[in-house]
Write a protein that binds this ligand. Structure first.
Ligand SMILES: Nc1ncnc2c1ncn2[C@@H]1O[C@H](COP(=O)(O)OP(=O)(O)O)[C@@H](O)[C@H]1O
Ligand SMILES: [Mg+2]
Length: 1019
C-alpha cells in the first residue's frame, strides 16, 4: 500500500499511526506525543492522564520538548529490532513517534555535525527502566555506527562490560530483579568517522551494605549466586565453597537465594565469556573469585567467648580459607578481626566486644568487595581505552557521548546515609537540569532574536548548599564530627546539626519542629525538605559509616587485586582519610563538571506499578514519580514562553495549502511566507512570534485549530491536487511536443543551408554537427595505437580535428611506451635494427617480422669444454648453422656462438674458427628467401681463416644480432644474384642465387655454388 507523504508506517504489526504533527489530530485517541502541546499544562492530572492513555496504547514514550519520558512496559513490545533502528536513523526528531532511538540518533547526529560532546542523562526510580534504556542506546550505536575490525573489538567490549558490571553491581531487590546498586556514567568515544573507538566508565557509590545484609525478599549481588550455581566443581573445591547458597549467611538474609526470573547458571557462563572478551587474564579472574569466595567465608566466620571472656573466632576452617584466599597471614587476620588498633601505626591494640568483632568482620567484607568492584571498573576501562597508537590519525578529532544511569530519588521507611547520598545526587542533577534547560531555552530565544521572558521556577540550589556548603553545610559538619577528638556519637552529631542548620527552611529535626511535624520526625532523625519532597533520615550509624576500617592486614595481601586496591600509605599516614560523604561530594562535583561540558539530553523513566506487571498503570505511584522527577517543573519551564516551535520551511510545507498566497508554492523569503500564512489564518499577535528561522506559537490551541483546518481542507485539497496534477501533466506533454517540432524544423532548415557561411538558418545544425562530432569522440575514442579510425569532422572543425588526432595518438603512444617491459623493449630494438637492414631488401623479411627474436637458439646445449675455452667471454647467443667448405662446398653442421667481442664456429667440442668483430669486414646475404650468409674476414690475416659461408634457418635473427654486437649494421650487403667470397691466396668463390619452387643447394657451372631459394611472395 502506498501512503501519502504525511503518513508514515510505524509499529511492528503493520499498524499505521499518523505521526509527526498529524498525531495532534489523533490526540483524542492517544493523547499528545509531546507534553508541551497539553492545553492544560499546569495540571498534573492532565499530564498523568496523557501518560496513561498512551501507555494503554502501548505508546511508552512521550516527549516534553526534547526530553523523553519513558514508562516501563514490563514486557517486550518488539519495538527494538534492527528495522526500528533503521527507521530512526537520520530522521528528524519530530518527524516520527517518540522513541529512545530518536534520542540516541539525535544525540549522535548532534555530536557529528556540531562536533560537540554530548551526554544522555537517564533518571528514574529503581525499576523504572534506566539500565534497559542505557543498554538500548548502546545497542543502537553498536548496530548503526560504522565499524572496522579493530573497532568491532571495542564495540564488543563496550557491550560485554554490561553483563560483568551487572553481575558484580546488580542484585535482586523488591523493586527490580536486576537492580543496579551503583551509579554509572559511561563515556563512548567516537572518531571523526563516527565509529566507536573507546569508552570509559565512572562508578558511583556501590551499595556495599548489601554484601552483609539484605532486606526480606532481596538478594546479595548476583555474582555470589552465579559462582555457586555455575562454577565448576574443582573451582568451588579450590575456593572451599559448596554448591548451596543456603550455607552462606551473607546470601540468605533476604530468604530468597533463588529467583524464578533469574538463571544464575547461564548468567555465570555469560559473565565468564564477557570477562574473556574484555581481556581479563586467567590469574586475574582467579584473584577476583578468591575475593568473592573470601566474602562468603567472612560471612560464615563466627565469634564466641573465650575462657577469659574475650571475643574469639569459633570457626577455624573459615579462617584458614580466608588467609589462603586473601593471601594474608592467618594470625594477623585473626587479630584484625578481634582487636582494635589504638594508634594508626597499630602498636597498641585492645580487644573488641562481640558486637564490635561482628561489625569489624562485616566492615572488612564490605571494604574488600567494594574495592574489588572499583578495581573491576578500572580494569574494564583499561580494555576500553582509546589507543592512540592505533588511531593516531584520529587523535584530537574524537567526540564523546556520555550515558548516565544513576539512581533516582529514594524514600523508604528508614532512610540511611546511602539514601542521603542518592537524594543529594538527585538534587545536584536537578539543579544541572534546570540550569541547562533554562540556558538552552534562553539561547534559542536569543538565537532567534526573541525577547526572553523570565521563567519562574524553584531553584533547588538552597538545598544543595544546605548539604555541601563549606563550614556550614551538612557534610562539613559530618567531617568535623568524625575528626574531632573524643568519642563522636550520633546524638552529638544531631545536636551539632541543629546548632548550625537550625532555622533553615529545608532542615527539620524533632526538636526544631513543632506540632504535627514533630510527630513525624523521630528523635534520632532529621528531615530534609528536598525539591521532590520530604525525607526523614536516621542518624543512627551515620558516624560509624564514616569510620575507617582496619586495613593493615589486607594491605599485605598476596592477592594482586587487593594489593592494588589497598595501599600501605593508607594505614601508615597520619592524615585521616576523607570521609565517605566528602568523597562522594567530590566525585559528584566532578561528575557535574563532566556533564556541564557536554550538550545534555534527558530520558526520564517511570515505573507504572510496583508489581513488575505489564499493562498496569498505578496512578498514585506514577504521580509520585512525576513529582519526584520534577516533570511538571520541566514542562513549566519549557512552556513558559511558547508551546510549539518549528523551522519556517517545515511549517510552511505543512500548512501552505491553507492560504491562497502560499499555495502551491511560496517563492519569496520563508519568513514572509510564514507571515502571509499566519495572517491569513488569523493568528493574533499575542499568539505567536516570528524568529530568525522559526515560528514560535504560544498556545497549543492555536496549532490545533490550524491542524483541524488542514484536516478539513484535505478532501478538497485532494481533488484540487488531482485536477492540478492532470492539468500539469497534459500541459507538460504539449510543451514537450511543441519543443520537439521546433527542433526538427531548425534541423531541416540547417541541413539545407549547411554549406553556407554561419547564419541564423544553419546555426543550430552546425552547432549540432560540431557537438555530435565531439561527443562521438568522447564516447568512442580510438582504443589503441594501431586503431587508425577517426570520425570525419565537420568542415569547421577540420583543423581542430587534426590537432586532436595528433594529441590523441601522442597520448596513446606515451601510455603504450610507459607500459613496455624491459624485455619487450629489447625485442623491439632488435626488430627495429632488422627492419633497417632488411625491409624491402630481402624476401624472407616480412615473414620474420611476427616471429619473436629469442635470446639464444641453443638453450643449454653448449659444450662445457667450449665454454671453458672461451673463459671470461660469455656466450650471448648461439645457433645451429651449416658451414659450407669454400672449396668443394661440403656441408658441415656447426654451432655459431656470439660473445660480446667475437664469434666462433664450433664443431662438437672443438673450436673451429674465431672471428673477431674488429676483423669482420662485412656480412653478405642474398635478397631471396634463402638462409645463406657470408662473413667476410681479411684473408691476409694469418690468424683468421678466410671468408665463411654459412646457412641458417634464422638468418634475419642471426645477422641482426651479429651486426648489432659487432656494430656492423652498415656493413650488411644484400645482393640480388650472387655473392663473391675470398677463398685463399687471392682466389675467389661465388654463390649464385635463383628463385625456384624449393630450396636447393648444388655445385653449379664454373665451380660456383648454386642456391635455389623458394619463391614465397612473388615481388
Ligand atoms: N523498555 C523496556 N521494555 C521492556 N521491558 C523493560 C523496559 N525497560 C525496563 N524493562 C523491564 O524492567 C526491568 C527493570 O529495568 P531496569 O532498567 O533494570 O531498571 P532500573 O535500572 O531503572 O532500576 C527490566 O529488567 C525489564 O524487565
Ligand atoms: Mg538499573
Amino acid at each position: 500500500m502506498s501512503l501519502p507523504p504525511h503518513w508514515k508506517e510505524v509499529g511492528g504489526e503493520g499498524r499505521v499511526h499518523r505521526v509527526m504533527e498529524s498525531t495532534l489530530t489523533a490526540r483524542d485517541r492517544v493523547g499528545v506525543q509531546d507534553f508541551v502541546l497539553l492545553e492544560n499544562y499546569t495540571s498534573e492530572a492532565a499530564f498523568i492522564e496523557n501518560l496513561r492513555r498512551r501507555f494503554g496504547e502501548k505508546l511508552i514514550y512521550t516527549y516534553i520538548g526534547s526530553v523523553l519520558v519513558s514508562v516501563n512496559p514490563y514486557k517486550d513490545l518488539e519495538i527494538y529490532s534492527k528495522a526500528h533502528m533503521e527507521r530512526y536513523r537520520g530522521v528528524s526528531f519530530y518527524e516520527i513517534s517518540p522513541h529512545i532511538y530518536a534520542v540516541s540518533d539525535n544525540t549522535y547526529r548532534a555530536m557529528r555535525t556540531e562536533r560537540r560532546d554530548q551526554c544522555i542523562l537517564i533518571s528514574g526510580e529503581s525499576g523504572a527502566g534506566k539500565t534497559e534504556a542505557s543498554k538500548k542506546i548502546l545497542q543502537y550505536y553498536a548496530t548503526t555506527c560504522p565499524v572496522t575490525d579493530h573497532m568491532s573489538t571495542i564495540r564488543d567490549r563496550l557491550l560485554q562490560s554490561n553483563p560483568v558490571l551487572e553481575a558484580f553491581g546488580n542484585a535482586k531487590t523488591l523493586r527490580n530483579d536486576n537492580s543496579s546498586r551503583f551509579g554509572k556514567y559511561m563515556d563512548v568515544q567516537f572518531d571523526f568517522r563516527g565509529a566507536p573507538i573507546g569508552g570509559h566508565i565512572l562508578n558511583y557509590l556501590l551499595e556495599k551494605s548489601r554484601v552483609v545484609h539484605q532486606n526480606h525478599g532481596e538478594r546479595n549481588f548476583h555474582i555470589f549466586y552465579q559462582l555457586l550455581e555455575g562454577g565448576e566443581q574443582d573451582q568451588l573445591s579450590k575456593l572451599g565453597l559448596e554448591r548451596n547458597a543456603q550455607k552462606y549467611h551473607y546470601l540468605v538474609k533476604g530468604c530468597c537465594p533463588r529467583v524464578s526470573s533469574i538463571n544464575d547458571k547461564s548468567d555465570w557462563k555469560t559473565v565468564r565469556k564477557a570477562l574473556t572478551v574484555i581481556g581479563f587474564h586467567e590469574e586475574e579472574v582467579e584473584d577476583l573469585l578468591n575475593i568473592i569466595a573470601s566474602v562468603l567465608h567472612l560471612g560464615n566466620t563466627q565469634f564466641g567467648e573465650g575462657e577469659d571472656g574475650e571475643t574469639q573466632i569459633t570457626t577455624e576452617p573459615q579462617l584458614t580459607y580466608l588467609s589462603k584466599l586473601l593471601g594474608v597471614d592467618g594470625p594477623a587476620l585473626r587479630e584484625a578481626l578481634t582487636h582494635k588498633k589504638l594508634t594508626a601505626k597499630g602498636e597498641e591494640v585492645s580487644p573488641l566486644s562481640f558486637e564490635q568483632a561482628v561489625a569489624a568482620r562485616d566492615a572488612l567484607a564490605k571494604a574488600v568487595y567494594g574495592r574489588a568492584f572499583t578495581w573491576l571498573v578500572a580494569k574494564i576501562n583499561q580494555s576500553l581505552a582509546f589507543k592512540d597508537e592505533v588511531y593516531n590519525s584520529s587523535k584530537g578529532s574524537s567526540s564523546v557521548i556520555g550515558l548516565l544511569d544513576i539512581y533516582g530519588f529514594e524514600v523508604f521507611q528508614h532512610n540511611s546515609f546511602e539514601q542521603f547520598c542518592i537524594n543529594y545526587c538527585n538534587e545536584k542533577l536537578q539543579q544541572l537540569f534546570i540550569k541547562l534547560t533554562l540556558k538552552s531555552e534562553q539561547e534559542e530565544y536569543e538565537a532567534e532574536g526573541i525577547t526572553w521572558e523570565p521563567v519562574k521556577y524553584f531553584d533547588n540550589k538552597i538545598i544543595c548548599d544546605l548539604v555541601e556548603e563549606k563550614h556550614k553545610g551538612f557534610i562539613s559538619i559530618l567531617d568535623e564530627e568524625c575528626l574531632r577528638p573524643g568519642e563522636p556519637s550520633d546524638i552529638s552529631f544531631l545536636e551539632k546539626l541543629e546548632d548550625t542548620l537550625g532555622g533553615h527552611a529545608h532542615f527539620v529535626t524533632h526538636k526544631l519542629a513543632n506540632g504535627k511535624t514533630r510527630k513525624a520526625v523521630g528523635r534520632e532523625e532529621f528531615r530534609l525538605i528536598h525539591y521532590a519532597g520530604e525525607v526523614n533520615y536516621t542518624v543512627n550509624g551515620e558516624l560509624a559509616n564514616q569510620s575507617v576500617n582496619s586495613r593493615t592486614v589486607i594491605c599485605q595481601s598476596d592477592n594482586q587485586i587487593l594489593s592494588q586496591c589497598f595501599h600501605r600509605e593508607e594505614v601508615t599516614t597520619q592524615k585521616r582519610p576523607e570521609t565517605a560523604a566528602t568523597q562522594f561530594k567530590n566525585s559528584l562535583a566532578k561528575l557535574i563538571e563532566i556533564l556541564m561540558s557536554k550538550e545534555p539530553s534527558y530520558v526520564r523513566c517511570i515505573k507504572p506499578n510496583d508489581a513488575k506487571q505489564s499493562g498496569r498503570f498505578d496512578e498514585a505511584l506514577v504521580r509520585h514519580q512525576v513529582k519526584y522527577l520534577g516533570l511538571m517543573e520541566n514542562l513549566r519551564v519549557r512552556r513558559a514562553g511558547f508551546a510549539y516551535r518549528r523551522r519556517y520551511e517545515a511549517f510552511l510545507q505543512r500548512y501552505k495549502s491553507l492560504c491562497p498566497g502560499t499555495w502551491p508554492n511560496w517563492q519569496g523569503r520563508l519568513a514572509d511566507g510564514v507571515a502571509t500564512l499566519v495572517q491569513h489564518l488569523g493568528y493574533k499577535p499575542e499568539e505567536y512570534k516570528l524568529g530568525k528561522t522559526k515560528i514560535f506559537i504560544r498556545f497549543p490551541k492555536t496549532l490545533f485549530t490550524t491542524e483541524d483546518a488542514l484536516e478539513a481542507r484535505r478532501p478538497a485539497l485532494g481533488c484540487l491536487v488531482w485536477g492540478e496534477l492532470i492539468g500539469m501533466k497534459s500541459r507538460r506533454k504539449a510543451r514537450r511536443r511543441r519543443h520537439a517540432a521546433e527542433i526538427i524544423r531548425k534541423f531541416i532548415k540547417g541541413f539545407i543551408y549547411r554549406h553556407y557561411e554561419r547564419c541564423p538558418e544553419n546555426e543550430y545544425f552546425l552547432d549540432h554537427q560540431r557537438f555530435s562530432f565531439l561527443m562521438t569522440l568522447v564516447r568512442n575514442p580510438p582504443k589503441s595505437v594501431l586503431d587508425k579510425s577517426w570520425p570525419v569532422p565537420p568542415p569547421s572543425l577540420t583543423e581542430a580535428s587534426e590537432h586532436l588526432c595528433r594529441l590523441c595518438m601522442q597520448n596513446m603512444m606515451r601510455a603504450y611506451c610507459r607500459r613496455i617491459q624491459p624485455e619487450w623493449k629489447k625485442q623491439m630494438e632488435q626488430k627495429v635494427v632488422a627492419s633497417q637492414i632488411f625491409q624491402d631488401q630481402k624476401d624472407s623479411y616480412p615473414q620474420s617480422v611476427p616471429k619473436l627474436f629469442v635470446a639464444s637458439r641453443l638453450g643449454r646445449e653448449f659444450n662445457l669444454k667450449v665454454i671453458q675455452t672461451l673463459g671470461n667471454d660469455k656466450v650471448k647467443y648461439g645457433v645451429a648453422v651449416t658451414k659450407y667448405d669454400r672449396r668443394g662446398y661440403k656441408a658441415r653442421p656447426r654451432q655459431l656462438l656470439l660473445t660480446s667481442s667475437f664469434a666462433v664456429l664450433v664443431a662438437e667440442a672443438k673450436l673451429k674458427q674465431r672471428i673477431d668483430y674488429a676483423a669482420l669486414r662485412s656480412i653478405s646475404v642474398s635478397s631471396l628467401t634463402d638462409g645463406f650468409m657470408v662473413l667476410h674476414v681479411p684473408s691476409e690475416d694469418n690468424k683468421q681463416k678466410s671468408d665463411v659461408v654459412l646457412q641458417c634457418d634464422h638468418v634475419i635473427e642471426v645477422v641482426t644480432k651479429l651486426a648489432t654486437m659487432a656494430d656492423k649494421k652498415n656493413k650488411v650487403n644484400i645482393s640480388q644474384d650472387s655473392i663473391k667470397f675470398a677463398v685463399a691466396r687471392g682466389k675467389e668463390g661465388v654463390i649464385d642465387f635463383t628463385s625456384g619452387s624449393e630450396l636447393k643447394v648444388a655445385k653449379g657451372k664454373k665451380g660456383h655454388l648454386l642456391v635455389t631459394a623458394p619463391q614465397l611472395n612473388p615481388r
